[in-house]
Design a protein. Structure first.
Length: 186
């Protein structure tokens, strides 16, 4: 059975993507951590899972139905943080709206489709800039570099993105419009 690797995420606007990609490149150049460059800057809502090619239409239909009920959400990026000893990321405020969106995605899409439970930790919204191939020693140096720096940005996200792995990197497979706009929204 042919299957591919997917994950579901929120991607920030182009300006924030460019700035975060610059930080990922800095981590690659200075701390030999290039793994984060293999995906666009994002906040993971559901981590990577394998899905059969023959059932992609079912996955897309479930996401389309979910996004019809889900509202756009604001991402608030505020400073740097780390999962010691290998991950450095931009902290994303765990707003009630963001936490609700993620929990509803699990309840309304992941569970009904029997997606493998790949979430090993509680949902901690973040935007990774270095991980996996960051050695413990380079982590110490990089974290010393980033922990005192500031980073602040915010943007509204109007799409949920399904990404697929092409064998080398993650790429956008399809974007789903978050369509539940209240009547008084512009």
């Amino acid at each position: 059975m042919n299957r591919r690797h997917y994950f579901m995420a929120l991607l920030p606007n182009a300006d924030i993507q460019a700035e975060v990609t610059r930080l990922k490149q800095y981590c690659c150049d200075c701390y030999q951590s290039q793994a984060a460059l293999r995906s666009p800057p994002h906040v993971t809502l559901y981590p990577p899972f394998w899905w059969p090619d023959a059932a992609v239409a079912d996955l897309e239909q479930a996401l389309d139905t979910f996004c019809h009920q889900a509202a756009p959400v604001e991402l608030i990026l505020d400073g740097f943080a780390a999962f010691v000893p290998r991950v450095i990321y931009i902290h994303v405020a765990p707003t009630p709206a963001l936490k609700t969106l993620q929990a509803q995605l699990v309840k309304d899409v992941a569970k009904p489709l029997n997606l493998p439970p790949t979430q090993r930790h509680p949902f901690t919204p973040h935007m990774t800039i270095a991980f996996r191939d960051l050695t413990k020693e380079n982590f110490r140096h990089a974290w010393g570099d980033f922990q005192e720096q500031s980073f602040a940005a915010r943007c509204w996200i109007s799409h949920l993105t399904l990404l697929v792995h092409n064998g080398r990197r993650w790429q956008i497979y399809r974007e789903f419009l978050l369509r539940n706009l209240a009547p008084d929204d512009p």
